[in-house]
Ligand binder design. Sequence first.
Ligand code: NAD
Length: 415
Amino acid sequence: MTTLKLGFIGAGFIAKFHANALKFVRGMDLAGVYALKGAEELAAHARKIGVGDCQVFSSVAELCNHCDAVAVLVPNFARIEVIEQIVAAVKAGAALKGIICEKPLGRNVAEAKRIVELGREAGIPNSYFENQTYMKSVKSTLAQLAPQQKAMGPLMLARAFEEHAGPHEGWFWNPTRQGGGALLDMGCHTIAANWFMLTPVGKDVRFLEPVAISADTCLLKWGQPKWRAQLLDTMGVDYAKTPAEDYASGMITYRNPDTGQHVKSQFSCSWMYDKQGMRMFMDGLGPGYGYELNSLVSPLEIFIGDAAAEAVADAETALEKSTASRGLLTVVANEPDLYGYVDELEDARDAFLAGRDAQFNWEYGLEITRLCMAAYLAAERGHALDLTDAELQGELDTYVPLIQQGRGAEVLHVM
Ligand SMILES: NC(=O)c1ccc[n+]([C@@H]2O[C@H](COP(=O)([O-])OP(=O)(O)OC[C@H]3O[C@@H](n4cnc5c(N)ncnc54)[C@H](O)[C@@H]3O)[C@@H](O)[C@H]2O)c1
């Protein structure tokens, strides 16, 4: 088997997750990393766990010259500058077979379009990393229900939630840097997951046409004085001045172009889920069948009583964004695999070695960004939007949500 030498740009939270996922991926090594911070630690970790002889490089160009493919794992505000450097390296002769970009593709449609354009300039395959659509439980659901879909008709309703108690770095909380709050950060997952689940078996991932959207963005916890003060203290972001939504919910209607049937995607995402830790929950209904998936239902539970709680080192070894270190704890033994990171890396490996885009490419990422922006606009206007309206689509091309502009106080209730 040919081994694809992968390079990471960024060495933070998601880079470590992907390094751990590589333990379960054959034919793909972590060959290098470039990052403003954390590169040495990540390289040492990669070597320790045996996922490649990872070297630290001092620039994007140098990394590109020593790898077969690179993954853009930097914060949302740094995406374009980093991808521009990759494209320049390719034009200067770096023999890359592919570029991976983490979600969300852009903070708004204009940024996502710029990234798609840069991908075309590079002229090499790409992958938009949306992990939920790669979850093994998602693939099993669709495989199990394929006969029912054929016999009874496709799913009519998909619901998806992604929730945790809030991100780990200050830039996520700052809407002008991240691009918004929970809706952009996690709505991109739930919107993609539902679109994928609703797509009739065997059809292209963009087969269903989005026709309408409604949404609500709100600030339920982190706008309260006590929590605002904590946020300012720990993350350096002042939600009295530049708030972002910590909860969002919406509904998208899709049209099946073959039959004219309308199907619905209901999505919710939050940064105020004060329960065990991160939860991905999906369910769906077709005529006569359904499914339900809950990432917090683990075969492993651990109990730590008060007397023993002193000895707990790091609750996050049990579960991403874990909120407790005692009591009855949910433990997910292999999070990179459960969340789809292993499978999305495998798909990128196969696609790049075959000289094609992965199943979800940057054009797909642009459509997800467009739907997220449409959700912000629907929430600002307080009514559903017709996504088939050419004028609205034109507006979305240049739209920057008030929350992203730092004017969230005009649309969110801050106490
Ligand atoms: N798919 C998922 O479930 C998931 C989960 C977490 C994060 N993400 C995405 O991954 C991206 C990174 O998130 P994170 O949590 O790892 O962030 P992080 O803040 O933990 O790490 C960011 C890394 O990028 C580096 N960096 C910042 N600017 C850079 C630049 N200009 N050039 C090179 N390196 C730079 C930082 O030094 C750091 O090493 C975000 O876009 C986020 O949305 C996806």
